[in-house]
Structure formats: structure tokens, C-alpha cells
Ligand binder design. Structure first.
Ligand code: GDD
Ligand code: MG
Length: 320
């Protein structure tokens, strides 16, 4: 079985970090974002197709240098074709029921159970559904008593949402869907879903956790979620952490951490340095970054090699 990952977006909401690396390879607790999608795929998935466009060379290099234990096919779009156009563009690979994912989601979704549900309905597709308080930033889905989707609204204006169930960005489709996608730049959510409801599109609601890691806030939320479900352990690979005050769950891979205050929800990548008296909370510090003496970092992503001066106060930003 094949799994298609939509990984061609520009990652605009994670700029400026995504000027130098595409969103799918941003390290989430030491693993590229997209590996959190690929690694838990059911065993029957033998081929992963990535629909790429933005910074495709970076992704090519990553998959050349890292064996993920499945066949990987990268299909390039000269110009981004939109989420629907990207699926149509890889149609030649898809001759059977397939998984498809937005490349930036982190979830506890049980894909085998979802597949079973999909097969029982004999529809053209199944959409994973997640419940949120404010659905307006997402695709909003209404279903009938049998789970069949009756309305799909992409990012409706606040107040117009038909439910609080959102499209979680994980799908199972029949190849028949490919015939319902026109050529060119096409949005799966706006141009295709509303037009295939007659054929039977089903919702699959799940619980546990789900995060779209596409913004600074939600990326850090995904990090927190994974640290918390990881059983509350402090993963620490540093040789010497004496004098470091740790609170909450964190993952620290850096080799050089002087007495400082770290946590909760901090990931410090290998090769970063944290100097005396620094305070870091709800943040990611990437490889080669240097956090100066007495600096304070909160709710931020400090990109690779960035230097935060002694005593600086950095809050709510992406530095890259
Ligand atoms: N290949 C390719 N080409 N991929 C694309 C393109 C494109 O032109 N445009 C977007 N993508 C990829 C992005 O890289 C991302 O992985 C995925 O498609 C979704 O795009 P986002 O830009 O992250 O969309 P969103 O988060 O605003 O909304 C989508 O996700 C929500 C859940 O996370 C929609 O699917 C919503 O309906 C959904 O609720
Ligand atoms: Mg997204």
C-alpha cells in the first residue's frame, strides 16, 4: 500500500526558519517533522510518495542520506499545484486504496483502525476528524448519523462553521478520486471535497492528540504534546548538566549547557550551547545556536547557528 505526503507548501507561517529549510525536515524532538508521520505508518505501507516543490533538493538529500526502511518516491512540482493538484500529479503511482497526509500533522491516529472503517463504508474516501473549540482556521466537516460527510467548508468565516469537527489532514482515498481532480492548480479542500460528497466521503473521528505544527505556537505545542505523552521523562544526552535547574519535560541533546534554568517544554538540539544564567522555556534551540549568559528565551524557535547575546530577552519569535 502507498502513502502520499503533501510536502510542497512554502511553510510561510514558520518563516524565517523555512527560508533555509523546508517544513518537513524541521526537527521536532530530534526527528524531522515528516518522520513523525512516516515512522508510525502501518507495516503494509511499503512506499511513501512525497509531493514536493519548495526546497525539493533539501528533501532529496535528506532521503538519500537517511534510510527510512520503505521505498521513497519524491515527485516534484515545477510550480506548486495546490493540495489537489499535487495528488493528481502523482496519479501514476496510485492504482489502489492509498493514504494521504498533510505533511505537518502530529497525531495519535490509529491508521489501521481508520483503514478498517474506510473499507466498511465503500466510499470514495475517508477523512480523519478532530474536535476543536475554534474550527475557523481549518477545514470544517459536518457528517450525518452514518458518518457520511454532508458539508465540507475550508476555513469558514468565524460564526459560519457547521460543526466543531475539523479535517485533521489525514485521508484514505480510492484511486477513483484522481478522476475527480481537474488539471492545474487545485485545492483538494475547496475544489474537490465539496464535489465528491455525492460519491460518499466519510469521517473518522478519533481521540488522543492532534496538532498541525505549521505555526510557531503550534509547532511548540506539538513538541509539548510529544514530550508529555512520552511519559514525562527528561531525555538528556548531555555529559554534564550540573547546576542546571530543570522543570517539566524537556529534551536536551546539547553538549554544552552551563548552570541555567531550562523548562518546561524545551528542546535543545545537539551542538547548541547554553551559557551561565540563561533561562529557556517553551522553546526550541537548534544545532549550533548559542544562548548567551543571562539571556532569557521563551515561546521561541532559535534557528541553527543563531547567536543570542548575553542578557538578551527573546520572546514569541522565530530567529533564523
Ligand atoms: N505538493 C504540494 N503542493 N503540497 C502542498 C501544496 C502544494 O501546492 N500546498 C500545500 N501543500 C502541503 C503543505 O506542505 C502541507 O503539508 C499540506 O499540504 C497542507 O497545507 P497547509 O498550508 O499546511 O494547510 P493548512 O494547515 O492551512 O490547512 C490544511 O490543513 C488543516 C489541518 O492541518 C487543510 O487541509 C485544512 O482543511 C485542515 O484542517
Ligand atoms: Mg498546515
Amino acid at each position: 500500500m502507498k502513502a502520499l505526503i503533501l510536502a510542497g507548501g512554502l511553510g510561510t507561517r514558520l518563516r524565517p526558519l523555512t527560508f533555509s529549510m523546508p517544513k518537513p525536515v524541521i526537527p521536532l524532538l530530534g526527528r524531522p517533522l515528516v518522520r513523525h508521520l512516516i515512522d508510525p505508518l502501518p507495516e503494509e505501507v511499503d512506499t511513501v510518495i512525497l509531493a514536493v516543490s519548495y526546497m525539493k533538493d533539501y528533501l532529496e538529500r535528506y532521503f538519500r542520506e537517511n534510510d527510512i526502511g520503505r521505498e521513497v518516491v519524491l515527485v516534484n512540482e515545477e510550480e506548486p499545484l495546490g493540495t489537489g493538484g499535487a495528488i493528481k500529479n502523482v496519479a501514476r503511482w496510485l492504482d489502489d486504496t492509498f493514504f494521504a497526509f498533510n505533511g505537518d500533522i502530529i497525531s495519535s491516529l490509529d491508521l489501521s483502525a481508520m483503514l478498517e472503517s474506510h473499507r466498511s463504508h465503500h466510499g470514495i474516501g475517508t477523512i480523519a476528524l478532530w474536535s476543536v473549540d475554534d474550527p475557523s482556521a481549518f477545514g470544517v466537516v459536518a457528517t450525518d448519523g452514518s458518518g457520511r460527510v454532508t458539508t465540507f467548508q475550508e476555513k469558514p468565516a468565524p460564526g459560519e462553521e457547521v460543526s466543531n469537527r475539523i479535517n485533521a489532514g489525514a485521508y484514505i482515498f480510492e484511486p477513483e478520486l484522481l478522476d475527480r481532480i481537474p488539471d492545474g492548480v487545485v485545492s483538494l479542500e475547496r475544489d474537490v471535497f465539496p464535489n465528491v460528497l455525492d460519491r460518499g466521503l466519510y469521517g473518522y473521528a478519533f481521540q488522543g492528540y492532534w496538532v498541525d505544527a505549521g505555526t510557531r505556537e503550534s509547532f511548540l505545542r506539538a513538541q509539548r504534546t510529544l514530550l508529555d505523552v512520552g511519559g514525562g521523562r527528561v531525555a538528556c544526552a548531555v555529559r554534564r548538566l550540573s547546576g542546571v535547574r530543570i522543570s517539566g519535560n524537556n529534551m536536551i541533546e546539547a553538549a554544552h549547557v552551563e548552570p541555567s534554568a531550562i523548562g518546561p517544554n524545551v528542546y535543545i538540539e545537539r551542538g547548541a550551547q547554553v551559557h551561565d544564567g540563561a533561562t529557556i522555556s517553551n522553546s526550541m534551540v537548534m544545532a549550533g545556536a548559542v544562548i548567551g549568559r543571562g539571556a532569557t528565551i521563551s515561546n521561541s524557535i532559535i534557528g541553527p547557528g543563531m547567536v543570542v547575546e548575553d542578557g538578551a530577552v527573546i520572546a514569541d519569535v522565530i530567529l533564523a
